[in-house]
Design a binder for this molecule. Structure first.
Ligand code: SAH
Length: 380
């Protein structure tokens, strides 16, 4: 199948293509590498496959249980009512995967028919394979989604935005602290032809791109992981809010306080892999720094609610009650899968603690189950 791709300008694999790029332009930043591994239109991880489920590489909350999307659908109807029921309202999802979360959310939200009537579905997705799956999954909802390659492309107007495990796929950059300066960690090619880490010779010209909590009192050997595209998304949400009522819900795995260190990881066939091996064949992600995102969002005038651990969030929204309700009419196999799904989503030892939920709104909105955003001066 690949025989026709062996000519000089069409490398066989992403690894070959990256090695050529490094030979001609020099080492890649970690962000350039992640971008190519996940998003390359020919060889990129998401561009070429459906990675979810037991046959894929990993499983996400909406694929574990329908209850996840249903509770988020109900959350959307409540926040829409707090927003004074704008119509139309854009329901935006960033990185919708197979479209399962949106399908479950829309189905649960049919309890509020005026909401369903008002909703226009906007999906931010770069993968053509996944766009197609999303279209198929949403066919029964009666809503025809509009697709966009970036949040920046979605027109203004009242919006509710949801994103599950999207931010963790955005590229990160790594910097090492040495002799009072920061040096960017990059990826080059070793003498044996394998990919290897290296650092730039020149120190970073603008240390201000490293967030203060990581820059202050930095010690030699400290590593800073930053994610400029996630900061830009916070800014974009804040901009939308200036024009019209907006609420956003971000769910991801990560930490609540910015700490030195790097968290880049590769997952293939439900197991950890070496991020530098088999580029394009493994999912590459890094923890979300909710501490940083909260700081950027507050700085841009948004109210920041949480982050709360996912388990606490789902239980407060009624996970247990929803599970009991569904179990009442279910056969034994379905009951077992409902109960193990709820456990997996909410148990602290499973996804309940590592995954966090953060909501962003304008003033006057208090999305459930949060009890009000901390004022900037209250936030430490
Ligand atoms: N939210 C889904 C999928 C999470 S995986 C779920 O919970 O199951 C990450 C998703 O983000 C995939 O749909 C992937 O194709 C998409 N994605 C990754 N990087 C992206 C980018 N830069 N822009 C738009 N979509 C992206």
């Amino acid at each position: 199948m690949l025989a026709s791709r062996t000519s000089a300008d069409t490398p066989d694999t992403l690894l070959d293509s990256l090695k050529r790029r490094i030979a001609s332009d020099g080492p890649l930043t970690i962000a350039e590498y992640m971008d190519a591994c996940l998003g390359d239109p020919v060889y990129g991880y998401y561009a070429t496959r459906d990675p979810f489920g037991s046959a894929g590489d990993f499983i996400t909350a909406p694929e574990i249980s329908q209850m996840f999307g249903e509770l988020i659908g109900l959350w959307c109807t409540v926040i829409w009512q707090q927003m004074a029921t704008p119509a139309p309202v854009k329901l935006i999802e960033l990185g919708p995967g197979r479209g399962t979360l949106m399908a479950d959310a829309l189905r649960a939200a049919t309890h509020v028919p005026e909401f369903i009537e008002a909703v226009q579905v906007h999906l931010v997705e770069t993968s053509p394979v996944l766009r197609q799956m999303q279209g198929e999954r949403l066919a029964a909802s009666g809503k025809t989604p509009q697709w966009h390659s970036s949040l920046m492309a979605i027109p203004e107007g009242p919006a509710i935005l949801i994103a599950n495990e999207f931010l963790d796929a955005l590229p990160v950059r790594h910097f090492e602290h040495r002799d009072g300066s920061w040096f960017e960690r990059c990826i080059g090619v070793s003498d044996t032809g394998a990919l290897e880490y290296c650092t730039t010779n020149e120190p970073l010209g603008d240390p201000a791109i490293i967030p203060l909590p990581l820059r202050d009192n930095a010690m030699d050997g400290d590593l800073a992981e930053i994610r400029p595209e996630a900061d830009a998304i916070m800014e974009r949400v804040a901009e939308r809010l200036k024009d019209a009522s907006t609420a956003a819900l971000f769910i991801d795995y990560g930490h609540t306080v910015s700490t030195p260190g790097e968290t880049l990881q590769a997952i293939q066939a439900h197991d950890f892999a070496d991020p530098l091996e088999n580029p394009g064949e493994a999912d590459l992600t890094a923890h979300v720094d909710f501490g940083r995102l909260g700081d950027v969002a507050r700085d841009k005038g948004l109210q920041v609610h949480g982050p709360l651990p996912q388990g606490e969030f789902l239980l407060a929204l009624g996970l247990k009650e929803r599970c009991e309700r569904l179990m009442r009419d279910a056969d034994d196999t379905t009951r077992e899968s409902l109960s193990s799904g709820a456990e997996r989503l909410a148990e602290p030892a499973q996804m309940g603690e590592l995954f966090k939920v953060m909501a962003l709104t304008g003033k006057n909105l208090i999305p459930p189950p949060f009890t009000g955003a901390l004022a900037p001066e209250e936030h430490t």
